[in-house]
Design a protein around this ligand. Structure first.
Ligand SMILES: [Mn+2]
Length: 276
């Protein structure tokens, strides 16, 4: 009986199958915690969505930017690009069901029995856990409610780059979503920087990886996150755990066993991934 946190699958169905074999996943006893970006770029996002949805209570998911982009595409707020490789989800007989399931997934998860929290991009240095929980829940409620279309229509964009409690409506939802699903760098004020997507070299002046900025509310809580593939699972110091091994870019799909801190990986390279 174990808890495994799994990095960005991004439609790499074969790598996921292999990883589940490597960890000898037992759906009766184990729980998988997916760090988001289940879909896009890899060869079979539809299969991955169906598989994880079918796991029921033995899989928990936080949404990533690609998952939200898929929802926006499904409702016509963005064209499906060839590189997304999600066109078959739009026409699948269970497409609406899969999108409804995704819309019900949170942007932030707590795993109290493992002293851990998870979001796709990480925990903003300017938010406490309580704030993160409340703001993530605002977006989840909107994704499932009447303001879904207002949210999706205003979801794209980099501004405002800085959180402010007085923000309302689409701007507020956008900045919350950007912190939880697209963040890599922030400055000391907590302002986001979106252009840097590489590793920890050559950072723009005044900006730092979010996990290197102090967040006194976190103490020793483990923070699990994906999204930043260029880190290839390295970079942050414990208790911050990077899970995106860049499987879709020729790296590895990673699982981190929360019970003992051991990493597992799928060894098969995803030969059909990252092609544009
Ligand atoms: Mn991502």
């Amino acid at each position: 009986m174990a808890d495994y946190a799994i990095g960005d699958v991004q439609g790499c169905a074969d790598a996921l199958d292999e990883l589940l074999e490597v960890i000898a996943f037992d759906p009766q006893n184990d729980c998988l915690w997916f760090a988001g970006d289940l879909v896009a770029r890899g060869p079979d996002s539809l299969k991955v969505l169906r598989q994880i949805k079918a796991m029921g209570d033995s899989a928990r998911v936080v949404l990533g930017n690609h998952d939200l982009h898929l929802i926006a595409c499904f409702y016509g707020y963005s064209p499906v690009k060839k590189k997304d490789r999600t066109a078959n989800i739009m026409t699948a007989p269970d497409g609406q069901e899969l999108i409804d399931w995704l819309r019900a997934q949170p942007l932030f998860l707590e795993i109290p029995h493992q002293n851990a929290v998870m979001s796709h991009a990480g925990i903003p240095p300017c938010w406490s856990i309580k704030q993160t929980r409340e703001l993530a829940a605002e977006v989840t409620a909107i994704l499932q409610g009447e303001q879904l279309h207002q949210f999706l229509g205003g979801m794209y964009g980099n501004s405002p780059a800085l959180w402010h409690e007085q923000l309302r409506g689409a701007k507020r939802w956008r900045v919350i979503t950007n912190y939880l699903t697209r963040m890599r760098l922030c400055n000391f004020a907590g302002e986001l920087e979106f252009s840097h997507k590489e590793g920890l070299e050559g950072l723009p002046e005044g900006y730092y990886p979010w996990f290197n900025l102090p967040n006194p509310s976190l103490k020793n809580t483990r923070i699990l996150f994906g999204h930043w593939a260029a880190l290839e699972g390295n970079g942050p110091q414990a208790p911050v755990i990077a899970l995106d091994g860049g499987c879709v870019w020729g790296g590895q799909l990673l699982a981190y066993r929360l019970d003992d801190g051991r990493f597992f990986s799928a060894t098969k390279a995803c030969l059909d991934c990252g092609l544009e």
